[in-house]
Design a protein around this ligand. Structure first.
Ligand SMILES: Nc1ncnc2c1ncn2[C@@H]1O[C@H](COP(=O)(O)OP(=O)(O)OP(=O)(O)O)[C@@H](O)[C@H]1O
Length: 451
């Protein structure tokens, strides 16, 4: 522990006392400063008690013996950086020889109690360097996104993680995703958050909402195409597949594979195309996917096969053509018929809200992150919106979206209505919107200036 840190934090605390009065910011700074001090002062003893120290090396022992000095103490990992955040602290540690990231992650619960924090999680940044994220309170209780979040094309902040970090939905790295959850678990609010974040981007939104359109149709001004029943959905998906084939033809004609074109300039997906030729990316949101897969008659069975085949083709080939799938449902398993597990295997991003049984959680995580199955089952019923998000790398985290109401989402979509791209291939599915009648506003009469 370095005493210059302690001095610096004391100065910050005193400056906080002098400059700010009793505001939320004052208490936040004060709390974070106290937590930083607590961690720094107790660091060596806590690490020792949690078994995260290593005995002095042989050459240090030899040196102290030669100098006739007392035997040096065991040493904890070195603090590389301590960064206070709005929700707690982020500490970066350099591990000592013989320690590994698993030692730290196994000790997280002990560290949480010892430092009197609400939560402590760890992750390995690179070989020998581990980051500890400490939160001072339950950040998922009332989600408040940080004031500054990174927004990049096709990468949007969608929720807060339990370690205080922002959870992003990045379509360029994870093109397709599956969101599962029991009824009233928060799936629609999650999807609404995605729409409000994507609304401000250059992206076409396509919606299939078999709940008669109650979730997505209010946001119609920002949607390029919408379907509210399985028949329209089948036609819409066929049109999307045709659009995808057209985009592939465009990429092929623009690939320019000649000897003088450098490798990096050969177009492999729409983002390699020049700006003036690049088709707009499309995010396809499907709410209640099981409605598309259920059938009662022979005719409906044929339609179901058409839908699942089109979805599977989009999942397999859509990424390079800039078509991304966002599928939501209560269950998505083999009981929905053939082709479902193949489609599920293509959906890399997995999010599970509260589920009623283990088999539903298994549908999301059984094949990628078995630990996450238990975490998904343990989500309590009184906290809708809390979910477990994982990906094919086996990592997972508990997240919660901010509570965006339908009214807020409608307002955002209306504000960005002019960004809605007109896709000729999807023109028959463009929602027909009534012209907004102008609300007569009362004339503001200039009031005479009075003294
Ligand atoms: N992130 C959240 N924070 C706070 N409350 C939430 C959150 N997400 C959802 N809720 C609450 O839970 C209720 C149900 O959410 P939502 O409609 O999204 O569930 P659902 O899984 O789509 O349910 P269904 O499948 O029945 O449509 C919402 O009305 C809202 O009050």
């Amino acid at each position: 522990m370095s005493w210059s840190w302690v001095l610096l934090l004391l100065v910050v605390a005193v400056a906080g006392l002098l400059r700010w009065r009793r505001t939320a910011w004052y208490w936040l700074t004060f709390g974070v400063t106290l937590a930083s001090l607590r961690v720094l002062i107790r660091y060596a003893s806590v690490m020792d008690a949690c078994g995260l120290t290593v005995p002095p090396s042989r050459w240090r022992l030899a040196l102290t013996r030669m100098a006739n000095r007392p035997v040096p103490e065991s040493r904890p990992p070195r603090i590389l950086r301590l960064r206070p955040t709005r929700t707690g602290l982020v500490v970066r540690l350099k591990l000592r020889p013989g320690q590994d990231a698993f030692d730290v992650s196994a000790a997280c619960d002990r560290l949480r109690h010892s430092f009197a924090m609400y939560g402590v999680t760890s992750r390995e940044l690179r070989s020998g360097v581990v980051e500890l994220r400490m939160t001072g309170y339950d950040v998922l209780k009332r989600v408040q996104m940080p004031a500054k979040v990174e927004r990049e094309p096709m990468r949007v902040p969608v929720a807060l993680r339990e370690d205080g970090a922002v959870h992003y939905r990045d379509y360029r790295t994870v093109p397709h995703a599956l969101t599962l959850g029991a009824t009233k678990s928060g799936k629609s609010v999650y999807q609404r958050n995605l729409v409000t974040e994507l609304a401000g981007q250059d992206v076409a939104l396509v919606g299939i909402d078999c709940k008669q359109g109650v979730e997505l149709f209010p946001l119609a001004r920002r949607f390029s195409a919408l379907a509210d029943n399985p028949d329209t959905a089948a036609d819409l998906l066929d049109a999307l597949v045709q659009h995808m084939e057209g985009v592939y033809q465009l990429i092929r004609t623009e690939q320019r594979i000649t000897a003088d074109v450098p490798d990096a300039e050969i177009a492999a997906d729409i983002f390699d195309l020049p700006d003036d030729l690049r088709p707009v990316p499309i995010v396809v949101l499907v709410d209640e996917v099981a409605e598309l897969a259920l059938f009662a008659t022979k005719e409906e069975e044929k339609r179901r096969d058409r839908i699942i085949t089109a979805l599977a083709r989009l999942a397999q080939l859509g990424r390079a053509a800039g078509i991304y799938l966002e599928i939501c449902g209560q269950r998505f398993g083999s009981e929905l018929g053939k082709g479902i597990t193949m489609l599920r295997a293509q959906l890399t991003g997995r999010t599970a809200h509260r589920v009623n049984d283990e088999s539903s959680a298994n549908m999301a995580f059984g094949d990628i992150a078995p630990d996450a199955v238990l975490a998904a089952i343990q989500i309590p019923t009184d906290t809708p919106g809390i979910a477990v998000a994982g990906d094919s790398s086996g990592g997972w985290a508990r997240i919660r979206t901010p509570h965006t109401t339908l009214r807020q989402a409608v307002n955002v979509c209306n504000r960005h209505a002019d960004r809605t791209p007109d896709l000729p291939a999807l023109a028959p599915f463009r929602p027909v919107l009534p012209n907004l009648t102008k609300v007569p506003a009362p004339a503001v009469e200039p009031a005479p200036a009075t003294v």
